[in-house]
Design a protein around this ligand. Structure first.
Ligand code: NAD
Length: 251
């Protein structure tokens, strides 16, 4: 039997160091499809193929043919009530950090400040050969100007965005920081992640091993479901808005 916003509000109200761990499911209400729910772009494309280092290195045209329209799609979306609720929980001092797998920038747009983007983001262009960094707008402008759609570095190598690809190392500093927050957390609220992608999938275990409590809010079960102290099923925007209202309520 799932819990409700009441149980989540009570858990958060008593937390000393709560952190949010978010995944693609927190952004579906903004119109961005996740990986594993039914429908959407990922039924048509295999993300492991099209968003991989292998494809980038061997067929950059295919890589950019997929990514260029996706960038426009991601730039056209707004944070939804779930992102806003998470930012508000941080403003109130309840949530100390937001650890996200998402690359869509919606937590930042909603006002989250201590934000750890474990899979990178659409905030720059970079060259894997010479290490050059360029502003994101410049990356997009170069892609649009190129006949084959592949933006090139001044050194001649294809450029990629700051989003981590399959087969690429995760940003070490961000991952270390995420594990550090998890080790300090007495409450971790997981929102919209299937908790199937490592090493992010190990973060809840760090909290549990430290004696903390896990709360999970998804539309489907996760491997941690049985170990969670609070389990909510349903849409993140609705559930978190109700949770905030309960935290506002007197007594
Ligand atoms: P996932 O697709 O594996 O799982 C999404 C989870 O969210 C599922 O459990 C689903 O039931 C739940 N969900 C979907 N809509 C929801 C809603 N409205 N409210 C509550 N729960 C909802 O996602 P993942 O665990 O983040 O792993 C996917 C990987 O794909 C990550 O590495 C991420 O970087 C990447 N990705 C990111 C985006 C993005 O930035 N928005 C989008 C797609 C994929």
């Amino acid at each position: 039997m799932p819990d409700g916003p009441q149980e989540l509000a009570a858990l958060l109200a008593g937390a000393e160091y709560a952190v949010v761990l978010s995944g693609a499911g927190i952004s579906t209400e903004s119109g961005i499809p996740d990986f594993r729910s039914a429908g959407g772009v990922w039924e048509e494309f295999d993300p492991m193929e099209v968003a991989s280092m292998q494809t980038f290195l061997t067929n950059p045209q295919r890589f950019w043919r997929f990514h260029r329209p996706r960038i426009d799609m991601l730039r056209g979306v707004d944070p939804n009530p779930a992102h806003h609720a998470v930012a508000e929980l941080e403003r109130r001092g309840i949530v100390k950090a937001v650890l996200t797998q998402n690359i869509d920038g919606l937590h930042a747009a909603a006002g989250s400040r201590e934000l750890i983007q474990m899979h990178g983001g659409l905030d720059r262009g970079m060259c894997l050969r010479c290490g050059a960094r360029i502003p994101f707008d410049e990356l997009v402008a170069r892609a649009d100007a190129a006949e084959d759609g592949v933006p090139l570095c001044a050194c001649g190598f294809p450029l990629k965005s700051g989003v981590v690809m399959f087969g690429e190392n995760l940003p070490a500093d961000e991952i270390a920081s995420a594990f550090d927050h998890a080790a300090r957390a007495d409450v971790m609220l997981v929102v919209g992640s299937s908790l199937l992608v490592a090493p992010v999938s190990q973060l809840p275990a760090v909290v549990l091993d430290g004696g903390g409590t896990l709360a999970i809010l998804t539309e489907s079960e996760t491997p941690y479901y049985d170990r969670a102290g609070v389990r909510l099923h349903g849409r993140a925007g609705v559930q978190l808005t109700e949770t905030l209202a309960l935290l506002d309520a007197p007594g």
